[in-house]
Design a protein around this ligand. Sequence first.
Ligand SMILES: [Zn+2]
Ligand SMILES: [Zn+2]
Ligand SMILES: [Zn+2]
Ligand SMILES: [Zn+2]
Ligand SMILES: [Zn+2]
Ligand SMILES: [Zn+2]
Ligand SMILES: [Zn+2]
Length: 1739
Amino acid sequence: MAADLETEVQAIDKNLLECSAEEIAVKWLQANDLQKEVYQHLAYYVPKIYCRGPNPAPQREDMLAQHILLGPMEWYLCGEDPAFGFPKLEQANKPSHLCGRVFKVGEPTYSCRDCAVDPTCVLCMECFLGSIHREHRYRMTTSGGGGFCDCGDTEAWKEGPYCQKHELNTSETAEEEDPLVQLPEDMVARAYNIFAITFKYAVDILTWEKENELPGLEMIEKSDTYYCMLFNDEVHTYEQVIYTLQKAVNCTQKEAIGFATTVDRDGRRSVRYGDFQYCDQAKSVIVRNTSRQTKPLKVQVMHSSIVAHQSFGLKLLTWLGSVIGYSDGLRRILCQVGLQEGPDGENSSLVDKLMLYDSKLWKGARNVYHQLFMSSLLMDLKYKKLFAIRFARNYERLQSDFMKDDHDRELSIADLSIQIFTVPSLARMLITEENLMTTIIKTFMDHLRHRDIQGRFQFERYTALQAFKFRRVQSLILDLKYVLISKPTEWSDDLRRKFLEGFDAFLELLKCMQGMDPITRQVGQHIEMEPEWEAAFTLQMKLTLVISMMQDWCALDEKVLIEAYKKCLTVLMQCHSGFTDGEQPIVLSMCGHSVETIRYCVSQEKVSIHLPVSRLLAGLHVLLSKTEVAYKFPELLPLSELSPPMLIEHPLRCLVLCAQVHAGMWRRNGFSLVNQIYYYHNVKCRREMFDKDIVMLQTGVSMMDPNHFLMIMLSRFELYQIFSTPDYGKRFSTENTNKDVVQQNNTLIEEMLYLIIMIVGERFSPGIGQVNATDEIKREIIHQLSIRPMAHSELVKALPEDENRETGMESVIEEVACFKKPGLTGRGLYELKPECAKNFNLYFYHFSRAEQSKAEEAQRKLKRQNREDTALPPPALPPFCPLFASLVNILQSDVMLCIMGTILQWAVEHNGYAWSESMLQRVLHLIGMALQEEKQHLENLSEENVVTFTFTQKISKPGEAPNNSPSILAMLETLQNAPHLEVHKDMIRWILKTFNTIKKLRESSSSSPLAETEGNIMEESSRDKDKAERKRKAEIARLRREKIMAQMSEMQRHFINENKELFQQTLEELDTSTSGAHENSPVISDAKLTALGPEQTRVAEPRQVVMCILCQEEQEVKVDSRAMVLAAFIQRSTVLSKNRNKITPDPEKYDPIFMHPDLSCGTHTGSCGHIMHAHCWQRYFDAVQAKEQRRQQRLRVHTSYDVENGEFLCPLCECLSNTVIPLLPPPRVLFNRLDFSGRPNLTQWIKTLSQQVKALHLLRNEDCASKFEEICLFSCIFCFRNPYSESIKEMLTTFGTATYKVGLKVHPNEEDPRVPIMCWGSCAYTIQTIERILADEDKPLFGHLPCRQDDCLTSLTRFAAAHWTVSSLSAVQGHFCTLLASLVPNEKNGNLPCILDIDMFHLLVSLVLSFPAIHCQDFSGVSLGTGDLHLFHLVTMAHIVQILLTSSTEENGMDQENTNSEEEVAVLTLYKFLCQCTGSALKEISSGWHLWRNLKAGIMPFLRCSALFFHYLNGVPAPSEIQVNGANQFEHLCSYLSLPNNLTCLFQENSEILNTLIESNNEVKRYLEGKRHAISYARESNKLIDLPDDYSCLINQASNFSCPKSGGDKSRAPTLCLVCGTMLCSQSYCCQTELEGEDVGACTAHTYTCGSGVGIFLRVRECQVLFLAGKTKGCFYPPPYLDDYGETDQGLRRGNPLHLCKERFKKIQKLWQQHSITEEIGHAQEANQTLVGIDWQHL
Ligand SMILES: [Zn+2]
Ligand SMILES: [Zn+2]
Ligand SMILES: [Zn+2]
Ligand SMILES: [Zn+2]
Ligand SMILES: [Zn+2]
Ligand SMILES: [Zn+2]
Ligand SMILES: [Zn+2]
């Protein structure tokens, strides 16, 4: 059956393939009714090609569709073979100068901060690189998909609209030329025909809703087959869909994931194919399973023919898109066809139909037709306009559809608004002709229906669904923003009218916000439920920029401004027509002034923070001043209608509310209010909230008597009583009043004074003060930097958002700040220039309270450092604009003087608590401001002007009867000497000094100069006295400091002496190794030091006493005492790997005895160097384990370490560890017997050894294992007694087993014969890694290791040397025999690797460390030392052969020195001999110089490793020559290692070895014949991959990367492995694989092959480094890319150009080379617990 079906399909294919595109096209050309012909063709073939079964076969379908369906269309269109036709078209085409490249997801896009008209103007990478903006301040982002390159759009760029490529075309094409003239007429006709038919077909079928028929097509299918089609939504999660599918259609989890992935990508996927019932059944299961909590998943049973035609419909649209790419003429025809109105009139064009059906289409279909629109309609200048009109007319419908739709905005046609509205000419046209502004605002209002009785928005109790809608409706504000982005340069009457109409609509919107969310103070009970406040603030936040832009527009035209001002005022009056209603009028009077107002208490009645209408009016009022309209056309303005008390009322209430909240009066209203107040002042909102309230007060006050204003203000602050009643304060403090109330009043007074400071002092907005925009931004920056130096991004964040906040800042920052570059960590900082400190205003209105006190502290400190007095007087201010000029009079008004006087009086009396220092500080500041003001007035005095500002005179006058209070000046003089006001003395002195200066100024201007006033002299002398006093105090302080320092250092010395060991351990990182052992050992300076062999330098090992970090007890390291251990961490490592593709062998069967020279996987041991008693550690570890198990059961939380795997944190430094290494004395000494025999030479020694080995084999071969064991046992008892204490033996086993377990990834088994091999291997590998690090850093071999590494290597080597004592002797002997056989073959050990496949250093370590097992049964009397030496020589010889065989010397190209040294001759002889041995297969080399040079370079790493190894094994100190980098390192090493300088001499001693080494194995031959690869020497160190300097290269690389598993789809989280350079598709279902029975993401899976479980990645989209270790551990790490401001950009949010910082990258590389990645993760996770919760394994 199945086979039949297959042949049938094949048969169809054959039939289909016989179709000829040309013949069909010819038939069509002759047809009368072309549409009928084409439709018939489609009706017949489409179902035969598409959807032939349950799974689509895209390649087959595409191939057939091209052949049978599209082919004929192309023939028809071209009238000839399209293979010729299309290229012809393309050549004839004069392409448009627009780039129009549509962005893929993740593709980099560039915008120029200097030249882009708005931030939405972007370039593709290619255009950007060819543009002038490359050299400008640009910004890069990654595209979210959709949108296109604006290169060539003159409206998008202020400068340089063309890149080099697109500039070429501009001169030729006249803008207006009709592209159709390029095409032959008959082709135009054919194009019309075929486009009309195919476009209509596609639109009809995609918008088709009937189930069993087709639009104008016959149903050809005989049998009815159906698909069960699953659609995507944004409600259900991946997991839900996968789970449901498994149930509904009985598929595997893999298939379900496949379905879900496609549904997510394309928007729909058939999940079942068959008859109707079969499909319907699946549908109902899916619906049932997903309808419980949410609305069910959308599933539809569809006839297979419809699905087939829809698939082809989409294909057609894509085809149209590509065909019009050949010619602008064809593009124009398609546009015409698309926008042609059908028979049904309005909205009947194909384009309209598609747009209006948008929300019903699935994702894939939307994408396809949106792309077509972008490449056709939006690329044709004429039709772009027509399309824009269609779009605007349908705007309301489209937006309503979008509200109902649940797809993201990027997937909606509504999102095209960004492409249309941001084009300035289109936006202007749509405003004037289609009234777009009004439409957008009205549509917005229509969708926001929740209102209260007064018609204001109400978000209380709104549901989740409404919240969802509210989020969607916000996108309309974005549209409004786009429309307003570019401001008109010329105004037509039409534009004015339509803008004002839009302004009206906008005012309606603001009116609904004016007074929304009112609140009433809660007394007694705390509020029960926090009221909803976020929605209202979200709205405000989103509108902030729009409100500012509206004002910007108004500022551009005087007529518009005047009209807008009138409209705004009218609406405000409507809002508050009855602002007095219900509230009683009262009369306030003070100091002989009286004013009428209403009785209103913020603390008792309703108050709202939302006052957008008032604030807009305030903004417009400033514009009247700024544009001077107010002076030019006063008659046109309704200034007389303004009622200042009405204007200030609501903003004042709002500010009083803030003050009261701060005074703690609204505590019972909960956090929602605190949040609102926070946002009211926050940088995101303040520009159109708090700032404008201040402006409104300034506006009001400038129009009224300041005394009146102050009285109203006192009344609103509920402080009127206090200041209007004489002696109120006195009564207040004497009576036993509520302390809280007093405190409250104090805060309110402080707040009120602060408000007055702001009203008078804030004049840095153009229009209020005589400043420009630059001054404003400079002032913001100065005050931010007064707090502390800041990074660029911090500064940007602190500034309000507007289109050029960054460029605005950058244009002035150089003037006020210096940039300091970052170091290896941290970021670049801006520091305030010292000369700018004088502009600092302590009461800057944008400071938060915390910022204010920080700034105060910082500025005072600065002044102290400069030895200045610490007063922070108010800075000199710019003058007000005339409209606001009268504001300064507040400062000298009677009520103000009364307030100042009262507070100073309180301060003088200094009684009780009805008074505070902050109050006084503010009063002093106000006095200072007034003095500055008067001084400036006097200085700028011109002839005719009279100075009306006479503050100095007023404060000199004493109060009148009946008070008879002293004058303010007198009180200040009193306070100057008050002991309780030390802090304010400097300020008071400054005031008095300024007072005198002014007095002088006045006198000089009025009459003859007088002598210095007495006061001045007095003041001056007191100042000197003060200075002396300060100096004396400073001196005392210095002496005291010195004394303390001396005491401390004494204590420190003492402490160090007492805790010497501890100290050495903890500070080890700081200084390099001067390990105790070396220090204490006798200095052997003159003697030649030899590390091994019979000549080994004898060194008395010093007594080593260490302290346990857990119990603080000291103990000596001895063989027979309790074990001391070092915390250690063992890990598998591929850091040195030369072959990352090696397949890991089955760990159970793997024999690790020989390490391959590719070092593909080693075992690394590291340690933090902290020492514990073994038993203390065990107790500690047991406790940790018990605790963690309890905790995990209870809380199910992870920790940064995996207890079950034996992991723990070092108790002292929290370094991740998984085992401990025992500390041992040098083990060789224990087993070395007296050197009583003659020393055999190498040949003799090998002979003896071979006999021994043979004997061992013989014993084994007797096939009597037990007997053999017995003998061994016997011999052991006889000749060797394990000298170690039980405790040490136990630790030897513990660490050995851990190495085995981790190194092989197997279960622990201490009996396994591979345990000792792994121990030797880890020792060898760790030494090799350290040698590499030292070499890479160009450090000498000895003397530069940190203590922790030095201690670690010592213990590790000694441990590895002692480990054989706890393993099976026969096993170790067996290993030795095998190892030796690789160099000295014997008949027993066959199948050994060839010498090309052995890492010689590993071999050396294993041989030397297993040798004692043989030696202990050796009666030949040869010493261990002799054995070591011979083994070392043997291995060295083998390595020399290895190097010579694999040497890739190129003779030419290198300068050869003409020497013929002994070494060169010898090595050449050796090489020739090698050639003979290999049967002349070896390449001939005649230069001994090259060979010797090569050999030396190749063998160096081995010699260096060996030197380290024998140094740690035997404890012979390194000669001073190799502790520094110097000449003749090679010779010094040879001497230390008992090697002849001429290495080839070794072969003279034993030349047969050479033969045996090569002949034994024919692998060497295969290699020389080029049949296999071999590692050559010296192996280069591994580095992380090279990264490009420019980060956008990486983004581009990543955007071209598609997921390897889901057929060309773009990966969402492309992630680069920094070790091998592989790009991965991370954090995505598509690329999950199974690893050890668990699903893991691509990164985790990759770490297992590339890094043995450890990985270093760069998440390209996020610009973030990712460290992974195992499945559960990971952390993020700052990327090595910095912007010009020395900052990283994790998440790529700011988009500044990023460049590689080599030093930081080196740091990451070093972490990797040092095997510290896991440790780094551990520390990061300990520091940040949220990291533990991240699902690392799925990345
Ligand atoms: Zn481009
Ligand atoms: Zn371009
Ligand atoms: Zn530019
Ligand atoms: Zn202890
Ligand atoms: Zn530690
Ligand atoms: Zn890799
Ligand atoms: Zn993938």
